[in-house]
Design a protein around this ligand. Structure first.
Ligand code: FPP
Length: 276
């Protein structure tokens, strides 16, 4: 179900002539039905199927308030909860969030430990509710660098939610896009060495099948908060034709109205995929 206010805002931006009120006013049921379908198809096209988010600015949010950086991450969890809700309501099918990069291990030990504990606690506390909401949880990244408790928790969340189909939430944790590409290249090299495939037959489809994101469509929209305008080793292959939305807002301040602005901005884009 798409919220009424999304429809109204998107209609304005797409300059669709018949407004919601006309639909209600029209006495002709068939016409009303046709108009409704048309509006809904147009709005559906404006909703990205897959949104990926670089949740940046937690540390600065906390520092601005004289708080420890870790409290910024704690506040970031609330934004994430709200973003999941918004994604579900607006009809997004896949939401990928960048929660911990392989480069993040280089942060002070206290912050790394804090993020690991927060992640563990979140999985424990949120998975039941996410399951109730019909959210499927998946994780991308290198699991072998993580402790056993976290790995087991990730596996049990994936198992618990595997049949859900309202929204797929993909959490990039201990993730590096370059490592993902190296892993894919290694797998293909092994297949060639074992005579399963010929090197000259390797194409984009085969390559994609070796990525952590196989079975997941490429992101349509990548959002980054906090005013930084870079990918930071996130979904390098998958981002080839993504639209980008950068906002100055720090991640803990990314609320429903920020989400809607991102959706509206996406709805205004003309995607050509290299065509005219
Ligand atoms: C980037 O902000 C954010 C992170 C490295 C962690 C993101 C984590 C959350 C939103 C919490 C939910 C996820 C988990 C793991 C439970 P930053 O620290 O780089 O901010 P800064 O650029 O202002 O320093």
């Amino acid at each position: 179900m798409i919220k009424k206010h999304y429809i109204c805002k998107l209609l304005c931006f797409h300059k669709i002539k018949f407004l919601d009120s006309n639909l209600e006013m029209s006495g002709d049921a068939e016409l009303r039905n046709d108009m409704g379908k048309c509006v809904s198809e147009s709005v559906q096209k404006s909703i990205p199927r897959h949104v990926a988010v670089i949740m940046d600015g937690n540390g600065r949010w906390a520092q601005k308030r004289g708080l420890e950086r870790m409290l910024g991450h704690v506040a970031g969890v609330e934004s994430l909860r709200n973003t999941i809700k918004e994604a579900r309501i607006s009809g997004v099918e896949y939401l990928t969030v960048y929660a911990f990069s392989t480069e993040n291990w280089g942060r002070p030990e206290k912050e790394v430990d804090g993020l690991m504990n927060l992640f563990c606690k979140c999985l424990e506390q949120e998975s039941t509710e996410l399951n109730k909401q019909g959210v499927r949880l998946m994780f991308i990244g290198q699991r072998n660098g993580l402790n056993e408790e976290i790995r087991k928790s990730m596996e049990s969340c994936e198992k618990l939610t595997e049949a859900n189909d309202k929204l797929t939430l993909i959490v990039a944790f201990n993730y590096s896009a370059r490592q993902e590409l190296i892993d894919a290249a290694r797998m293909l090299a092994t297949d060639v060495a074992e005579g399963k495939i010929n090197a000259e037959d390797i194409d984009e489809q085969q390559f994609e099948q070796k990525l952590y994101t196989r079975q997941i469509p490429a992101p349509d929209l990548i959002i980054r908060t906090s005013g930084e305008c870079r990918l930071s080793n996130f979904l390098l292959w998958q981002a080839a034709y993504a639209e980008f939305y950068f906002t100055q807002v720090l991640w803990p301040d990314f609320d429903s109205s920020e989400w809607q602005q991102a959706m509206i901005s996406y709805g205004q884009r003309k995607r050509r995929f290299g065509l005219v």
